[in-house]
Design a protein around this ligand. Sequence first.
Ligand code: NAD
Length: 428
Amino acid sequence: MSEKSFNAFKMAQQQFDNTADKLGLDQATRDLLRTPLREYSFSIPVRMDDGSVKVFRGFRVQHNDSRGPCKGGIRFHPLETLDTVRALAMWMTWKCSVVDIPLGGGKGGVICDPHHLSEREQEGICRGWIRQISYNIGPFQDVPAPDVMTSGQHMLWMLDEYEKIHQGKYPGMITGKPVGVGGSLGRTEATGYGVIYTVREALKDLGLDIKKSRASFQGFGNVSQYAIRLFVEYGGTPVCVSCWDQEDQTSYSFRKTDGFDIDELLEITDRFGGINKEKAKSLGYEVLPGDAWLEQEAEILVPAALENQITGENVSKIKPSVKLISEGANGPTTPEADNYLKEKGIYIVPDFLANAGGVTCSYFEQVQCNMNYFWTKQEVLHNLDTKMTSAYRAVADLAKKQNIYMRDAAYMISVQRVAESCRIRGWV
Ligand code: NAD
């Protein structure tokens, strides 16, 4: 990860520069938006189970808060770097902006490996992280959330420490909390459902009937499972899904060309989204190599596993039947593959629009916490659909009007909104 993540910030800046050129942004706005507004880097001393003290490095980066409090996860990772956190914070600014929620972009991290830490030691890191930054985050400043290797439990330890310091109840200072202690219903479904709300709208634009559409998915975790469920509810046919096999240390694709039953597949899937291949075979699935999900006769592809999966090497294997790619994962398409898709005229819903259902629901969690009044799941999902649909509409309309690629249109809308809020605040 180190080289890739070292370059992540440069890549994010490059994407921003390209968009700034297209929008003709002035120099001051470029200078303001291509670097974070604020960065915090600090030490977290933690008493370990063996009595020794270990010092961990923690970060929080606030890229831009001109549209509202910063929002973004906290990652626990042994290879975390400040540059990765900077890039991710910038991407959060664009993601919140493209779905038009009143939040800015932030991201945090701690260099640590939870696999080698006890629960109590992890609690120490969470509480220590908050003690270092508790006056620079909060419901109206910057609202963290779970991310890689952090969970609702970590968020609750952080909330508890924050409330001790600030002597009150502030459930809106952090999201991703379990339901019943300030969490929102619908969060589990939100990202996957959001992907399919945009698929539904894109199919309308392409003149395709969802009931006659087939889709192939990469990954069978949180995003993919709920995406498949809603796709099936709308009458679509999922024909293939891939996942990582922990035992064999490789990936496989599972195919049923006339459509598979998600509940049946879930029964033979572990909690990490790994499908048991022997049981799958006995249920009539064809077990194919990992890349096969990309090579299917289908109208829709949904990469929902990892970054850099559709590459210059495999992109030409996409069948002519594919009319739409909706990016559930973050960064699943490399720049080389992206150019190919652009040239071929394959319609895409870019990652930071397609998978924005998660952050939108986190925003709803914050709203409900600040009101201290919680919505039904139906209300959450209805509001999510409304937000995702109007965000998709704005991007698709601009792409059509200016005859530009969907990813470019999404960047232009989000950067323009942030630039405009900086301008009317009088910052630039
Ligand atoms: P997850 O951990 O629940 O599931 C990941 C799935 O991908 C598993 O089924 C795993 O077996 C599979 N996988 C891993 N490596 C693979 C490989 N090489 N080939 C095929 N399959 C592979 O993760 P998730 O929460 O579903 O997230 C998936 C992607 O979506 C990530 O890129 C994540 O950053 C992004 N995302 C998630 C959310 C969210 O709310 N969960 C929000 C925005 C973006």
